[in-house]
Design a protein around this ligand. Structure first.
Ligand code: NAD
Length: 512
């Protein structure tokens, strides 16, 4: 009651039972199974969503095909105007939506608001982009010829998203895809279906008011089987999938089987190198925020700290002291720093990981554990843990989606970079240093092999203006800023002959 959840749900139009299938103008009936959404904050049932069945799927995909035929004819800046209004609508609903994100997913209210702010920011970015979908011009080798390239929309973009960013990931894809002239079909995580209903309702207001064709924004709900339906569907030329490496491999296999395109944003195993030249105040702040923020459930969470032997003991002691200050509890209450994990399944994998750390030879500086008692009734609250380990441990090589931080000692920077790169994932990385040489080495071709490499800021908290994504098992996709928009379009090379003769390639002569 104290946190105004009821009011937020009612403002967002969330009911006890909701249809999970919509075209942006209409909600569809389905006989799919019911997804019940329980809050990890207090264990209460928030509401339920009826998953999309195959019949409803067919109906909405056909509507998306129809919408695309119209939408691609709208001039890009006019599509940008729709996205501008979308940004305004999300500004209006920022607080209730931020609250729902916090209550359904379990991140702090502040982080929930931050996620909605990311939607607003990407809308602003996309509006500008709608006037800058530039191609290049080239000089033809033939006389009286002109060459250039242009970018056209590709059609239906399928979006599969993870529970931990239940609204922002959708917007990174859709806002760009929409200005590019595509239509979108979104399958959110089955763990956070209500956030998707709220976003679709907000988008619906803008679409209906502006006469946007029905089907530009399609929502479907369900588990992996609906995700596979999309991956198989030849009408969907691009599938953008965010989630675990396991999921990414399955999606990539299915999409590539039909030679479709996939954009993969998968797991990370991110490290900060703390060099002997680091500002330790900044390093500790960056490390703690990166490791315990969102209870370790960010793809960019700091999982490993690679610390120079000269500063190792000091870093270890200061981390221990900082962790001693952490308050764990209801993420809607600003008194707490760390909220719950998404569900009890996640708690189980956290406990399994702690066990494996011990079995594989790690030692704990801060023992973890599951919290019980008043305020922890959902069973999803755990203590952030720190362990001293070796990089080669099997458990350290994996991404455990929970607040477990691994400490590793190093002697030379070359060794530190080797440890940092010595995992299968390649999302985010950072170095803390005041040495120009350390920094440049880390950022050079010999340095970090990740999609994101930072200096004197931690691994999490990317800005939307840069291209976001990672290498190796992280999947190689890029979303959001820079020229990430190009993946949502198809490139066409055009040659125009404005002369009166037709010179043939390779000097071939036809006597006609
Ligand atoms: P998950 O892989 O369990 O699920 C993600 C989504 O994929 C869900 O919508 C799910 O229904 C769907 N899915 C699962 N199996 C599928 C299949 N075989 N075919 C089609 N769809 C399938 O991941 P999660 O637990 O929701 O999220 C946590 C993971 O996501 C972590 O590994 C995290 O690092 C990663 N993540 C990565 C990024 C990034 O940008 N790189 C961002 C957020 C989360």
């Amino acid at each position: 009651k104290k946190f105004g959840i009821k009011e937020a749900l009612s403002t967002l139009g969330i009911k006890k039972s909701n249809s999970g299938t919509s075209t942006g103008h209409k909600w569809y009936r389905s006989t799919g199974k019911t997804l019940e959404s329980y809050s990890p904050v207090d264990g209460n049932l928030i509401g339920s969503v009826v998953a999309t069945d195959e019949k409803a799927y067919e109906q909405v995909i056909r509507q998306a095909e129809e919408a695309y035929k119209e939408w691609r004819k709208w001039p890009a800046p006019k599509r940008g105007e729709i996205v501008r209004q979308m940004g305004e609508a999300f500004r209006k609903y920022k607080e209730p939506l931020g609250k729902l994100v916090s209550y359904e997913m379990g991140k702090s209210y502040q982080e929930g608001l931050g996620e909605v702010q990311e939607i607003i920011d990407i809308c602003d970015f996309a509006v500008g982009l709608s006037r800058q979908l530039h191609g290049l011009t080239m000089h033809s080798e033939r006389p009286s010829h002109r060459m250039y390239e242009q970018w056209h929309p590709i059609g239906i973009v399928g979006i599969i998203s993870a529970f931990n960013f239940p609204v922002a990931v959708w917007s990174w894809n859709t806002m760009l895809a929409w200005v590019c002239g595509d239509v979108c079909v979104w399958k959110p995580s089955e763990k956070t279906p209500l956030c998707s209903i709220a976003c679709q309702r907000i988008a619906e207001e803008v679409f209906v008011k502006n006469g946007v064709p029905e089907g530009v924004s399609v929502l479907i709900n369900g588990d992996a089987s609906i995700g596979q339906l999309m991956s198989k569907d030849e009408r969907i030329p691009l599938v953008s999938a965010t989630g675990s490496v396991r999921m990414g491999k399955a999606v990539a296999r299915t999409v590539s089987e039909r030679l479709g395109r996939s954009l993969l944003e998968l797991g990370g195993n991110n490290a900060i190198i703390i060099s002997e030249n680091a500002n330790l105040d900044m390093s500790i702040r960056g490390a703690v925020f990166g490791a315990v923020g969102t209870a370790g459930q960010r793809c960019t969470t700091t999982r490993r700290l690679i610390v120079h032997e000269k500063v190792y003991n000091e870093v270890r002691d200061r981390l221990q002291a900082a962790y001693g200050q952490l308050q764990i509890g209801n993420p809607l209450d600003p008194a707490f720093h760390v909220g719950p994990l998404i569900d009890t399944l996640a708690v189980k994998s956290y406990k399994d990981a702690l066990k494996k750390v011990k079995e594989q030879g790690g030692t704990f500086l801060i023992e973890g554990g599951v919290l019980k008692g008043v305020g922890y009734e959902s069973g999803c609250y755990v203590k952030p843990a720190i362990a001293e380990v070796k990089n080669e441990f099997e458990i350290v090589q994996q991404e455990t989606f929970a607040p477990i931080l691994y400490l590793i000692k190093y002697k030379t920077l070359e060794e530190a970079v080797e440890i940092q790169n010595g995992v299968k994932q390649g999302l985010s990385s950072a170095i803390m240093t005041t040495s120009m040489q350390d920094m440049e080495y880390f950022l050079s071709h010999e340095g970090s092999d990740c999609g994101i490499a930072n200096v004197n800021i931690g691994t999490s908290g990317a800005e939307i203006g840069g291209a976001f994504g990672g290498e190796k098992e992280t999947g190689g996709g890029r979303e959001s800023g820079s020229d990430a928009w190009k993946v949502y379009m198809r490139r066409q090379t055009n040659t125009i002959n404005y002369g009166n003769t037709l010179p043939l390639a390779q000097g071939i002569k036809f006597h006609i």
